[in-house]
Structure formats: C-alpha cells, structure tokens
Ligand binder design. Structure first.
Ligand SMILES: [Ca+2]
Ligand SMILES: [Ca+2]
Length: 333
C-alpha cells in the first residue's frame, strides 16, 4: 500500500506553488503584451515663424507592429494652456463599432436653418446630430475647431460636455463667434467627440466630421470642397497646419491619444511659434522692437553692439533690410 510521507506532501506543495507562480508570471506577461500600445509623435522642426507650415506626424504600434485601423486624437494648446487646435486623425477606416458617433454637421442660422455664408462679426451656428450607440451612459466632450482655407487655425473650443444617456440621438446647436477682423474666405469646422480632452487622457470616440462655410461681408458664398490637410497611410499619420501670420509667441503643447482594445496610448511634445520681429518677447511688435534693431544698426558679428536676433535675414549685418522687417510688421494690423 502506498503511504504518503510528510516529505512527499512538502515536495508536492513546493511543486504546486512553483506551477502557480509560473502561471501568474505568464498571465502578467500576457497582460503587459496587451498593454504595449505605443504612440509616437514628432514635429518636423522645433521652432516655426509665422506663416510656416507646422507638421505633426507619428505612428501607432501594438507589440511593435503598426496598427492599420485606428483613431488618433491630436490636441494643441497655446502657451497659455488655452485650446488652439483639436482634430481626430484616422488610420485606415478608423475602426468599427464606435460607442459615440457624429451623424451630421452643417452650418446654419440661429433657428437651425441651413446657412453657409456669415459676415465678419456675426455668429455662425453649427448643427450637430450625434448618437450614443452603446448600452451605457458615456461621458463626452464635443469640440469644434475652425480652420481658414489656407490651413491657419481660427478658433477651437470644447463647446459641450457631460454625460449622454445610452442609445440616444442628440441634436445640438453651437454658436461660433466670428471676429470682426476675420479674413474673408472659406473655413472648415471640424467636429469631434472625445471621452475627455486628450490633455487629460481622453480618447477619440469616432472619426471627425466637418462642415464648410464662407466668411464674407457680401452675401455671396462659394463653398468649394477644401482639401483636408490630413494624411494617413497604413502605419503613420500626419497633420499639417499653417502658423498664423502673427502668432502668439511661445511654446505650444501637443497631446495625442489613441485607444485600442482597452488600452490607451498617450504622447506629448512641445514646439515653438515665434513672432518675427518681436525682439523683447512681449508678443507685440512696436517701437521697443524698432529701438532694439536700431541699437544694433550697421553692426556685424564681433562688434560691441552686434545682436544676432536683430539680423532677421541672417546676412551677418543689421541694416535697413532688418529695420524694414520690423517696421513692415509694426504697420501691419
Ligand atoms: Ca516686442
Ligand atoms: Ca540682416
């Protein structure tokens, strides 16, 4: 008859403990593999002047392989932390079964009737029809971002946030103030839904939708299709926009998020926009800046009054051309 000895029990306990430990390590490893969603972003330059094209590009991988079907939220903040730009980029079809979805967006008057031309100083309205497709309530933030047809950001705003009931279709009208000195032309309004803003690790719910309208002091409108300035291939994405002619100078922060099968990836970086001609860094071009150029007038490298920042065209001399650069921007409203 087989007798279980004390030492056998001891051995069995050790073996079982080792097996459980191996299983736990294995589960832990599977868990980490699942979570290895990696999002990288970069800009093509660290610093840009007004009217330069800013390019933000990146890629999204899972376990080192490119994700071919996904959404990436890109938020850019002013140096002050205020929202400057917000878009959702799409790789492939952007995935399926979106919990929240934007069904329709169009520009309209305050009564919700379609309208596609607005005068500077007026308020344009956007009518947005969207849906919670899921069986549970969801927190959301609805954002708009308006861009001029040359690619320059006009206005961005997290216009609406809260919790939305399950399986409901919602219609909202949001007012977009158009400043009285807004340049005339076509603009595109990009509408997006996130769980929270990307800066607080919010995820994009669905592909973005856009509406085009015209800013014109006459009542004419010409809403041609504007190129999207968004590119994505199967393994990378690129977002470009044009720095404003006279940007708010300083460091802008980019926040990017992507969500895939329960995992959230986050990336952030900074780039600088410089106001050409602003030598004392007060975000204005005025007599003080002209004074700084004049102090360095006719200086070359090595001279006691040499100021490389005042040599805007980089020809190693501060002369009338550099004075002209500041003066032309001083006059320009
Ligand atoms: Ca200045
Ligand atoms: Ca010069």
């Amino acid at each position: 008859m087989f007798k279980i000895s004390r030492s056998n029990v001891y051995l069995t306990t050790i073996i079982i403990t080792i097996i459980i430990a191996i299983l736990l390590i294995h589960l832990f490893l599977i868990g980490s593999v699942k979570a290895s969603l990696n999002l990288t972003i970069k800009t093509d330059k660290q610093s840009y002047l007004g009217e330069e094209i800013v390019q933000i590009s990146g890629n999204l991988t899972i376990n080192g392989s490119p994700l071919t079907d996904s959404l990436i939220a890109i938020q850019v903040n002013y140096p002050s932390g205020k929202l400057f730009l917000i878009r959702t980029l799409q790789i492939g079809s952007g995935g399926e079964n979106h919990e929240l979805e934007i069904l329709e967006v169009f520009s309209c008057n305050r009564y919700g009737e379609p309208k596609n031309s607005f005068k500077p100083g007026e308020t344009a309205y956007l009518k947005i029809v969207w849906r919670n497709n899921s069986n549970s309530s969801k927190t959301f933030v609805l954002t708009y971002y308006i861009q001029y047809e040359d690619g320059t950001p006009m206005l961005a705003c997290p216009s609406l946030s809260g919790t939305v009931d399950p399986n409901t279709t919602n219609t909202n009208m949001i007012g977009v103030p158009i400043s009285s000195n807004a340049p005339e032309g076509n603009v595109v309004a990009y509408i997006n839904l996130y769980s929270k803003l990307p800066e607080t690790y919010g995820k994009p719910y669905c592909p973005e939708k856009n509406a085009t309208f015209t800013i014109s002091s006459t009542s004419s409108s010409s809403t041609e299709e504007i190129s999207n300035q968004l590119q994505s291939s199967t393994d990378s994405f690129t977002l470009t926009f044009k720095a404003p002619r006279k940007p708010v100078g300083g460091n802008y922060t980019v926040y990017a998020t992507a969500f895939y099968e329960g995992g959230l990836a986050f990336a952030t970086l900074e780039f600088e926009l410089k106001l050409l001609g602003d030598l004392n860094g007060d975000n204005m071009i005025d007599a003080k800046d002209i004074g700084i150029v004049c102090k360095a007038y006719m200086s070359r490298p090595g001279d006691s009054n040499w100021n490389p920042d005042a040599d805007f065209n980089g020809d190693q001399i501060v002369d009338m051309k550099d004075v002209g650069t500041v003066c032309s921007r001083y006059m320009d409203p």
